[in-house]
Structure formats: C-alpha cells, structure tokens
Design a protein around this ligand. Structure first.
Ligand code: PEP
Length: 249
C-alpha cells in the first residue's frame, strides 16, 4: 500500500556512542507523524539501535546486504543475519554502492530476490548522473535501472518494494532537483510501472525523492502528487533537521 515515508541514510557515520546520542535526540523529537520514519545506521550499530527504538515509531533499517544467506564472502552481511537483529527493511542500489562498490543491475537483481525471499522490505534506489540529465537521457537511464533490477518480479512483489529516485548530481552536493523535476521523474516512473504491470500497482508503490533534501526545501518537494516522502542523507544526522523534514510531510 502506498505510504508516506521519510528514511534517514546515515551512511558511514556515527560510532556507537554517537549513535546512542543521536537516537536519544531523535526520541526527544518524535511527534505523531503521517509518515513512516526510518533510520539506517552502520551494520555494527543496527542491534543497539533496534533495541533502543523497539518501543518507538522509528524503524531501524540496513544500508545494504549481500544476496547469499552465508558463506565465503568476507566482510559481507546476509539477509538472515539482518533479520536476526530485528531488521526487516534494507536499502539496495544506493548510488554510492553502485559507484564505489561496483554494484551492477545484475548484482542488485540478486539482492532484490534475496531480500524478497526472506520477506524483507526493500528501498530500491536509482537515479541518473549529471551527464545523463544534460544529454536528456535521464528517463531512459532510470527506466533501465528499474527494469534491469526489478521487472523480472511479479506484481505482488511490489507490495514489499519502495522506490527511491535519487539523481546522483543531487546527492550530498547541496544541489536539489527542483520539485518540478522530481515530480516529472516520479510520474514517469509510475507510467513505466503501469506500462509493465498495471495502474493499480503503479499507484500503490511509494516513490521517495532523495538528494539534498533539507528542512528548507522538504515541504515543497513533498507537496508534489507523485512524491511520497524522502530518503535523507546529510540532514538525517541532526535530529532537529531530520524531524523538521519528517514534519514537512
Ligand atoms: C542519500 O544518501 O541517499 C542522500 C539523499 O544524501 P543527501 O541527502 O546528503 O543528498
């Protein structure tokens, strides 16, 4: 079902003490919200974060996972391991994973299958680079990223998939896609889903926007009809800013 969601991607920030401090601050800021609220700390802090927030309306989610259940994959973490520490949602396909860790559409398709096999929910990220936007290829790039990693799935799988459009040129740069650019792409994504599946599926999937969302621009971006919330990087590291964004829904 289509929901409004604000998820904080902490990336590789915050050791245990800093995580505890930020969670204490987040608990002070929690108000009843229309949005589902999530945070994604680093792997080592998932369990303490889950314990600290289990009675609060903030879901703790993972930033990544491997597709295998277990085995000779040094340094990796599998889906069952995440579930065993209370984590039921995972971000897949973040542009930093694609750029710095060579995650291809093929690898992402395997990760998607593994997460779904384990009954996990996915926040699936994709987005074009600046060159694609400048040359007018942004829609075809996004369409291919979605098709290659997701369109082997049956329609029912989309009950457990949230999409996150994150133009690479807007991530951590202070450069935001205009609300109109975000709306245009989100509408295009829904049209793509509708063409390959159905209107019902296209209208039931939550599509988040990510890329330099801040308290000052969140309300306008979230007001667009096809934008169902945001994936927030930098601004999720400050409890006040993060909740100002949550409350902009
Ligand atoms: C992100 O990492 O997903 C992100 C959107 O980062 P930022 O908000 O810092 O641009």
């Amino acid at each position: 079902m289509r929901k409004q969601i604000v998820a904080g991607n902490w990336k590789m920030n915050n050791d245990l003490a800093q995580t505890e401090t930020l969670i204490t601050e987040l608990k002070k800021q929690i108000q009843t919200s229309k949005a589902e609220v999530m945070i994604a700390p680093v792997f080592t802090n998932l369990w303490p974060s889950f314990q600290a927030l289990r009675k609060h309306d903030i879901e703790v989610i993972a930033q990544n996972m491997h597709f295998a259940d277990s085995g000779a994959y040094t340094g990796e973490v599998g889906p069952g391991m995440l579930l065993s520490v209370g984590i039921k949602t995972v971000i897949l396909g973040h542009s930093e994973r694609r750029a710095y860790f060579n995650e291809t559409d093929e690898i992402l398709a395997k990760k998607v299958d593994a997460a779904l096999k384990h009954g996990m929910r996915i926040i699936f990220c994709f987005g074009e680079e600046l060159n694609d936007r400048k040359s007018g290829n942004h829609e075809s790039v996004v369409e291919n990223q979605i098709k290659n990693a997701l369109f082997h799935l049956d329609g029912k799988a989309f009950e457990n998939i949230v999409l996150a459009y994150e133009p690479v040129w807007a991530i951590g740069t202070g450069e935001t896609a205009s609300p109109e650019q975000a709306q245009e792409m989100h509408a295009f994504i829904r049209k793509t889903l509708s063409g390959n599946y159905s209107d019902a599926i296209a209208n039931s999937v939550s599509i988040l926007y990510g890329g330099s969302v801040k308290p000052s621009n969140a309300r306008e971006i979230f007001s667009k009809p096809d934008v169902d919330g945001g994936l927030i990087g930098g601004a999720s590291l400050e409890a006040k800013d993060f909740f100002a964004i949550v409350n902009a829904i």
